[in-house]
Design a protein around this ligand. Structure first.
Ligand SMILES: [Zn+2]
Length: 228
C-alpha cells in the first residue's frame, strides 16, 4: 500500500532537484534548499537602480520588484530551463509562490486588482504548448489571493528574438506587438505584469503602455529575476 502510494506520487512529482539534479527524497520540494540558498536575491538597491534604468523614463510602470538575480550559468537558469523545456509546470507555481512572498514581504503599498503574464504569440505558444509565465502567475495569484487572466492581453505580432538587439531596437521590435482584448477588465484597475526574467524591460514597458492607453489605472511589474 505504502509502496503503491510512493510509486504514484513519484510518477507525478519530479524526483530530482531542478537546480542541481540531485535526487530528492520524497516530501522535499522540487528544488533542494542548497539550490534555493544558492540563488542570489535581488536586493532593494539593485531593484531601485533597475527601475530607474528600465522604467522611470517611459513612465508607464508604477513600480517594479524582482525576487532574484539571474546568472546565465546559475541555478535559476537550470530551474527556468526545466520549466520551459522539460514542462516542469510545478516549478512555475513554486517560483510564483516565491515571488508572491517577495511582494508581500517588502511591499504593502501595491494595490493589485488583476495579475497578467506577458503573453506569448499564439504560434510560439502552440510550438511550446504553454506559456511558462502563466504558471508563475498562477502561483502568485494563489499566494496573493488576487485574480489573474491570460485572456486580457494578447501578443498580436510575432517578434524576433531580442537577444542581439540593443535597448532602442528592442523597444521598436515590440512596438505594436500587444493588444488588450477585454478592456472592461482593466478599466480603472491596478494591474501587476509578470515575466520570468527581465533584461531591458522593453516588453514590459510596451505591455504597460498598452494597458494604460486602454484605461488601466496603474501598472506594476515583477519578475522572478533580473538578468545580469
Ligand atoms: Zn539542488
Amino acid at each position: 500500500m505504502k509502496n503503491t502510494f510512493y510509486t504514484i506520487l513519484d510518477f507525478f512529482l519530479p524526483r530530482y532537484c531542478a537546480g542541481c539534479s540531485k535526487k530528492l527524497s520524497f516530501g522535499e520540494p522540487l528544488i533542494c534548499s542548497t539550490c534555493f540558498d544558492d540563488i542570489p536575491p535581488a536586493d532593494p538597491d539593485r531593484i531601485e537602480i533597475e527601475f530607474e534604468r528600465k522604467f522611470e523614463r517611459s513612465n508607464f510602470v508604477q513600480d517594479f520588484l524582482s525576487a532574484y538575480v539571474y546568472e546565465s550559468d546559475g541555478t535559476l537558469h537550470n530551474i527556468i530551463h526545466s520549466l520551459k523545456y522539460n514542462k516542469k509546470f510545478r516549478l512555475g507555481i513554486l517560483l510564483g509562490n516565491k515571488l508572491a512572498e517577495t511582494v508581500k514581504g517588502i511591499n504593502n503599498k501595491w494595490r493589485i486588482d488583476l495579475i497578467l503574464a506577458i503573453p506569448l504569440h499564439h504560434l510560439k505558444k502552440a510550438e511550446r504548448g504553454f506559456n511558462q509565465s502563466d504558471f508563475i502567475v498562477k502561483g502568485m495569484a494563489n499566494s496573493l489571493k488576487i485574480p489573474y487572466s491570460n485572456k486580457v492581453l494578447k501578443r498580436i505580432r510575432f517578434t524576433e528574438s531580442q537577444t542581439k538587439l540593443n535597448l532602442s531596437e528592442r523597444a521598436q521590435n515590440v512596438s505594436g506587438a500587444f493588444q488588450v482584448r477585454q478592456k472592461k477588465k482593466i478599466n480603472g484597475r491596478n494591474i501587476l505584469l509578470v515575466d520570468d526574467v527581465i533584461t531591458t524591460g522593453a516588453t514590459i514597458n510596451e505591455c504597460a503602455k498598452v494597458l494604460i492607453e486602454n484605461g488601466a489605472n496603474k501598472v506594476y511589474s515583477s519578475s522572478i529575476a533580473i538578468a545580469e
